[in-house]
Design a protein around this ligand. Structure first.
Ligand code: AP5
Length: 312
């Protein structure tokens, strides 16, 4: 995916350069400029020919086009290799939503957040959303049946063919056993659990200072990751109307369960029901702990190390 993006971007850079170059050529009137333009045009033509030759070489490798070779490799991975199934683990505010999308980009597999899926169901007013709404706002756990059902359906989708990252699931031992069972049915299993370790004492500040962009899930923090638009009032607090998404300029919002009261309940649920899951997976040697009580770059560096194979 990243390679495809890089290729597209370099292609569009070439096109942008050529077109601005053509404009420049049209505007040039004096002879010296014309000569310079002609020389530059020659250079561009030569580079284009060389790029084409390189491309032909790749196409002739193994007697098939690069596109076909990539497709065949993808099919091989999708058919014969085990799926990469990771769990991003940690208490509310640990940084799962902050780092999940970056892991998604790195590995090219989707991050599936049960919290996001449930919030979408609440917004859409579906049956699942109606059942989940009050429990979520109070910081409780939605029933195992509902979340297991959501995940069971989601991981059958095509984008999960090579694997997926679970954010916020499983959260109880019952969900863990259901996950193991559904994966075992296809001969798969959880391949890595990345635990973000943060003491409870720092989480209230993180949770109550969080603002999110609802459409994209982008997460901001009034102190640690403020949006560019943020303005503070005389009391030193951010002015709600100034909180806008950096990318779209749309209004940011605070989650209904991001209160100190709901956090107490969420943390109790985490310690009592979710932490025992680590013991369940530890004997397999797949649990990697990361110190998430440091700057975001430091956390990301440790996550990268945790994702690598021991031999890499
Ligand atoms: P969910 O949406 O999963 O919430 P959560 O697990 O409580 O996690 P959060 O999203 O609050 O935290 P995060 O780790 O993503 O933190 P973030 O990266 O944003 O679940 C919500 C609810 O849905 C549950 O309570 C439950 O009711 C229900 N639910 C979901 N799944 C369920 C399941 N499987 N079973 C039953 N019920 C389920 O970071 C937080 C803030 O800190 C941000 O502002 C960020 O900018 C900042 N920050 C991040 N890292 C750092 C850092 N290193 N330094 C400083 N600030 C940082």
């Amino acid at each position: 995916m990243a390679a495809r993006r890089a290729a597209t971007s370099s292609r569009s850079t070439t096109v942008r350069f050529s077109s601005s170059f053509q404009q420049q050529a049209a505007a040039s009137t004096n002879h010296r400029n014309k000569a310079l333009v002609a020389t530059t045009a020659g250079l561009i033509a030569a580079v284009t020919v060389m790029q084409q030759q390189e491309s032909n070489k790749t196409q002739n490798l193994f007697g098939k086009s690069a596109k076909t070779a990539v497709k065949e490799t993808e099919e091989k991975f999708g058919t014969y290799w085990p799926r990469n199934i990771m769990i991003l683990f940690g208490p509310p505010g640990a940084g799962k939503g902050t780092h999940g999308p970056k892991i998604e980009d790195l590995l090219g597999i989707p991050a599936l957040s049960t919290g996001d899926m449930l919030r979408a169901a609440v917004s859409a007013g579906t049956e699942v959303g109606k059942k989940a709404k009050a429990v979520m706002n109070a910081g409780g756990l939605v029933s195992d049946d509902i979340v297991v059902g959501i995940i069971r359906d989601r991981i059958k989708e095509a984008d999960c063919k090579h694997g997926f990252i679970l954010d916020g699931f499983p959260r109880t031992l019952a969900q863990t056993k259901a996950l193991d069972k559904m994966l075992a049915e296809e001969g798969a299993c959880v391949t890595k659990v990345v635990e973000l370790e943060v003491p409870d004492s720092v989480l209230e500040e993180r949770i109550t200072g969080r603002w999110i962009h609802k459409a994209s899930g982008r997460s901001y923090h009034i102190k640690y990751a403020p949006p560019k638009s943020m303005k503070k009032g005389a009391d030193g607090k951010p002015i709600a109307e100034s909180m806008k998404d950096d990318a779209t300029g749309e209004a940011l919002m605070q989650r209904k369960d991001d209160t100190a009261t709901a956090l107490t309940k969420r943390l109790a649920g985490y310690h009592n029901e979710t932490v025992p899951i680590l013991k369940h997976y530890s004997p397999n040697g797949i649990v990697k702990s990361v110190n998430a009580n440091q700057g975001m770059d430091g956390v990301w560096g440790e996550i990268l190390a945790a994702l690598k194979r021991a031999s890499a």
